[in-house]
Design a protein around this ligand. Structure first.
Ligand SMILES: Cc1ncc(COP(=O)(O)O)c(C=O)c1O
Length: 405
């Protein structure tokens, strides 16, 4: 047995990805963290960079909770009590008290009857879509939905799949009209926050549009939103795009691994749907949950988010986001402004985006460049992500470095 022939093919495919400009290449290895001091936020040490300290402007830990002392202590306490891993899937050997507690907390946080944990938000979406999409279901999906939604739909066997233009509720309505008579059930699915540009789906309009057509489908129109970037980072109290747009969808998926500072994913909705998913979703039945310690930490994240500290962190996040946006505009740069801490600096040129990312790196700033073909030509950008861990001094440092480019 040899894999030589296969490896030859794979090497060609990797080389092709490099030529196309979509090869991710070597990952940056973070080998140390320096805590905040002297009005500077934390700094990272990277493998191969000696003692150079990097400011991270590309993390999804929007509230900086992943390094929060209370969370670390909660994790240590739960690991000491329950051990490090769940030891099996939940229905056989692995449902721990923190899993149950967290599900109750998440349901209450989102004003739902029930919630269900998964090892990741990606798994949650991959589980929920095929479970609810039957051969008589029409799926209608935003054109720029996250990869987990695309693959979740691929794993399903719908009667038909329709894509509406990004954020275009008029086009969603057209697709709903066209679906009449073609299936018993419709499932409309969208990201809450779209991670490329930090835009939000107008969920109030999305729900209202679906309601207008609901009676045309015997099994109704189900709305599912993945707000992984929104929960904990967006909306007055961090309840995400639903809160920002004053809407409530049928099923909400989100991650514990971004603003909440832990790891894992979940879905919230009615208790009947969640009960059905627990019985049928293979990503739940045949795959380990998050560790009991991770679940305990996520409960602590919710304690913080729902308390005065959470309000202060969100306020700080909004203020730092605004500081960066205003500063970039003062430099005459093109920036997309919203309340979400993803701040896209539009460069609109692939080669210049690559040069700018490298320049920022040389100047100790980690930021993500989104280039063609990942984004269409002309939409190339540097994506900055603000965190409540940053300081005004950090933001001003980024602006000073950019001024000199
Ligand atoms: C919309 C969306 N869903 C899911 C995920 C994945 O979350 P997790 O890491 O919990 O699987 C992401 C992460 O980028 C995301 O943006």
């Amino acid at each position: 047995m040899t894999t030589k022939a296969l490896e030859k093919i794979l090497r060609v495919q990797l080389a092709e990805r490099q030529i196309e400009g979509i090869l991710k290449g070597r990952e940056t290895v973070i080998c140390g963290v320096k805590g905040a001091q002297d009005n500077w936020g934390p700094r990272l040490y990277l493998e191969g960079q000696g003692g150079k300290e990097f400011l991270q402007m590309n993390s999804n830990s929007y509230l900086g909770l992943s390094r929060n002392r209370q969370l670390i202590e909660a994790e240590e306490a739960a690991a000491s009590k329950f051990g490090t891993g769940p030891g099996g899937v939940r229905f056989i050997s692995g449902t721990y008290q923190p899993h149950v507690d967290l599900e109750k907390r998440l349901a209450a946080f989102h004003h739902r009857q029930s919630a269900m944990l998964f090892s990741a938000a990606y798994s949650a979406v991959m589980a929920v879509l095929p479970a609810l999409i039957t051969s008589e279901t029409i799926v209608i999906s935003d054109a720029l939905n996250h990869n987990c939604i695309i693959n979740g739909i691929r794993l399903s066997r719908p009667a038909a799949k329709e894509i509406y233009a990004h954020l275009d509720m008029g086009d969603l309505e057209v697709k709903l009209q066209q679906a009449i008579g073609a299936g018993k059930r419709v499932l409309v699915v969208s990201d809450g926050i779209f991670s490329m540009r930090g835009e939000y789906a107008p969920l109030d309009k999305l729900v209202a549009t679906c309601e207008r057509y609901e009676e045309n489908f015997g099994e109704g129109i189900i709305t599912l939103v993945d707000d992984s970037h929104g929960v904990g980072a967006f909306g007055q109290t961090g309840r995400g795009t639903e809160e920002y747009t004053d809407a409530k969808v049928d099923l909400l998926v989100a991650t514990l691994g971004k603003a909440l500072g832990v790891n894992g994913g979940y879905v919230t909705g009615s208790s009947t749907i969640i009960e059905y998913l627990r019985e049928t979703a293979p990503f739940y039945i045949y795959s380990n949950p998050v560790t009991p310690a991770e679940a305990a930490v996520a409960c602590k994240s919710l304690d913080i988010l729902e308390g005065p500290e959470g309000g202060a962190l969100l306020e700080r996040l909004r203020s730092l986001t605004k500081r960066l946006q205003v500063g970039l505009m003062d430099l005459g740069l093109e920036v997309l402004c919203g309340e979400h801490p993803i701040v896209p600096l539009l460069v609109r040129d692939t080669e210049k985006t690559a040069r700018l990312v490298e320049y920022l790196f040389q100047n100790s700033i980690l930021a993500t460049g989104l280039k063609y073909p990942v984004v269409p030509r002309g939409d190339e950008e540097i994506r900055f992500q603000v965190s409540a861990e940053h300081t005004a001094k950090d933001i001003d440092f980024v602006l000073t470095v950019l001024r000199q480019f």
